[in-house]
Ligand binder design. Structure first.
Ligand code: NAD
Ligand code: UD1
Length: 348
């Protein structure tokens, strides 16, 4: 697929920006569409710089997926070999309060994209699904065959989009679709030049820990220390964002297979790490003490969830290279160089 042209929706965001960099370094021509709803154009500028000579192969368009005529214009002027679709809203709590916003943005945005792709004969897609589609799994590791369920509107958008993808493949076998179920992406590019920059109060563990370490928040609230786990705190499968980005390149390569159809892969490390283990690894990497407040369980949280990685290893020839020490090292490198994210940086 190298030297092919790839459209990346949501490419200015956290996972998108890291993936775009790997695409450029891999020789792909890359076009980003993003409405910048949860991201900054500075991330795009920095990706271009990090890519060196390959940076010239990157084009950015500020387009909302709900703006179907604008999408159509883009596909009329540019031929794409495949699309990686990251664009979506992702805050679980917000989705509970504003379900229609999530259904509209995530589902209608995706349907618009799929319609325009079909119209222009571009039928190769990699979609960002999530381990959230396993709901509260009865056992671990989660294999791709586990029953699916959702515990909130955000999760339901992922579930519905997966079903939509299966339906369009059934209706038209020319489609080649890979659904990647990410576990918990953390960390940043080792340069410390791009990373996660959430708006408002972070919902996820590591962005919150990072803000405590740079003095933006006084303490981390640990949601539950009475689970049946090694130290009572929740266990997750944390994954370096650069490994995740490389997983997308592996998926794109897989799309060249003749009979790929609509396939799903877990993207995780296969290892479970508790909240306290993660905090301790971050303290070691940063030399900063993270004050903790023990609190009750967060509604909707699973106790333990981690991936079976066999299918991705076998069929995508992909597996994670980095462990939690590298994740925390790179997260801290990014946080210490950009304590207030992109907007406050000197090198804007
Ligand atoms: P992010 O918010 O950093 O990136 C998403 C990007 O999509 C943002 O740049 C945002 O501005 C853009 N966007 C949103 N709606 C849009 C629209 N209608 N039109 C155009 N652009 C739009 O999030 P991320 O962490 O990089 O996540 C990327 C994808 O991966 C999302 O679909 C998310 O649900 C999924 N995912 C993320 C995680 C995680 O922990 N970060 C886990 C599993 C799945
Ligand atoms: C959450 C979402 C999930 C989404 C995923 C990635 C919920 C219920 N689930 O999953 O749908 O796919 O993010 O975006 O929101 N923790 C703390 N204190 C904090 C934050 C988190 O103790 O301030 C704990 C959590 O209880 C959990 C672990 O840290 O045990 C990881 O939490 P988080 O980073 O939010 O990821 P998930 O819970 O896996």
């Amino acid at each position: 697929m190298a030297n092919k042209s790839i459209l990346v929706t949501g490419g200015a965001g956290y996972i998108g920006s890291h993936t775009v960099l790997q695409l450029l370094l891999g020789g792909f021509k890359t076009v980003i569409v993003d409405n910048l709803n949860n991201s900054s154009e500075i991330a795009v500028k920095r990706v271009k710089e990090l890519a060196g000579d390959f940076g010239k192969n990157l084009v950015f368009h500020k387009i909302d997926l709900l703006d179907k005529p604008a999408l159509n214009d883009l596909f009329s002027s540019t031929r794409f070999d495949a699309v990686i679709h990251f664009a979506g809203l992702k805050a679980v709590g917000e989705s509970v309060h504003k379900p229609l916003l999530y259904y509209s943005n995530n589902i209608i945005g995706t349907v618009n994209l799929l319609e325009i792709m079909a119209k222009h004969g571009c039928k190769k897609l990699v979609f960002s699904s999530s381990a959230t589609v396993y709901g509260w799994p009865k056992e671990v590791p989660c294999t791709e065959e586990f029953p699916l369920s959702a515990t909130n509107p955000y999760g339901r958008t992922k579930l519905f989009i997966e079903e939509i993808c299966r339906d369009i493949y059934c209706s038209d076998n020319e489609w080649k679709i890979i659904l990647l179920r990410y576990f918990n992406p953390v960390g940043a590019h080792p340069s410390g030049y791009i990373g996660e920059d959430p708006r408002g109060i972070p919902n996820n563990l590591m962005p919150f820990v990072q803000q405590v370490a740079v003095g933006r928040r006084p303490a981390l609230t640990v949601f539950g220390n009475d689970y049946s786990t090694k130290d009572g705190t929740g266990v997750r499968d944390y994954l370096h964002v650069v490994d995740l980005a490389d997983g997308h390149i592996a998926a794109l390569n897989k799309l060249s297979d003749l009979n790929i159809g609509c396939e799903v892969y877990n993207i995780g490390t296969g290892k479970g790490t508790s909240v306290l283990e993660m905090v301790s690894a971050f303290e070691k990497a940063s030399g900063k003490k993270i004050p903790l407040i023990m609190a009750g369980r967060r509604a909707g949280d699973a106790e333990v969830i981690f991936a079976s990685t066999d299918k991705a290893k076998r069929e995508l020839k992909w597996s994670a290279k980095y462990g939690i020490d590298e994740m925390c090292r790179d997260q801290w490198n990014w946080a210490s160089k950009n304590p207030h994210g992109y907007e406050s940086s000197d090198s804007n």
